[in-house]
Design a protein around this ligand. Sequence first.
Ligand SMILES: C[S@@+](CC[C@H](N)C(=O)[O-])C[C@H]1O[C@@H](n2cnc3c(N)ncnc32)[C@H](O)[C@@H]1O
Length: 233
Amino acid sequence: MQVETNPDVSWVVELGAVEERLGRAAVVEASGERRLFQHLARQHRAEGRTNYIEIDAPLELYALARLLTPLHVVEVGVSSGVSSAYLLQALDRNGKGTLHSIDLPKLPSPRPAGTQSTDASWSIPAGRQSGWAVPFALRKRWDLRLGNKRDLLPLFGKELPRIDLFVYDVPHDDAESWKEFRGLSPLLHPGGVAIADHGPGGGLCLALRKWARQHHAAPARRAGLGLYGFRCR
Ligand SMILES: C[S@@+](CC[C@H](N)C(=O)[O-])C[C@H]1O[C@@H](n2cnc3c(N)ncnc32)[C@H](O)[C@@H]1O
């Protein structure tokens, strides 16, 4: 776990459509969630992981969830649960809202005793499940579904009345993502926010660009990261 040292307040202000002082206050509140950070760091240490994959902007996600007071947050890509935990903490503070998460867990490969692990940094430690680091106390607002986004995302299109905040932190390709985004379009409404991560230094994908255009918006980049989001008009 890395402490996020330089959160992008302007990005929060733009996506949240709030005054600077409100955006800043939400980010400051997120930075103050030290018990949550310490819990996650402790869980990671207990599994002996130093380079576990996680979103690079958990504080901005928290701040947006506080400012938008969403009823339905959809997240794709959970891994150990860093982004999920920050979103759930914000919903808990709001006193309302559900986080609907999808993850296809990467299981660790069996290896002979005494040999070095070659598992990906997002693989699940033995005996654990996606979101394993999330505090139990925060799970009451969590609808976690395990499986391929290709199969599970379309179900949200039928089950949820709306999506207020969408976070897509998963390897993706344009054709498949566009199909998924298009299917969820009727659930996005003016003021709803959609975010996709494209990896460190990654460029904006065509699918998110098209989705933003469909909702009369332009994607904004989180400074220094391959993370883009738009606010529907
Ligand atoms: C970058 S990690 C998510 C990190 C997480 N958001 C965080 O901040 O801790 C991507 C996750 O997506 C999962 N994944 C990969 N392909 C997937 C798919 N087709 N459907 C659902 N999840 C998938 C991976 O196993 C991994 O857990």
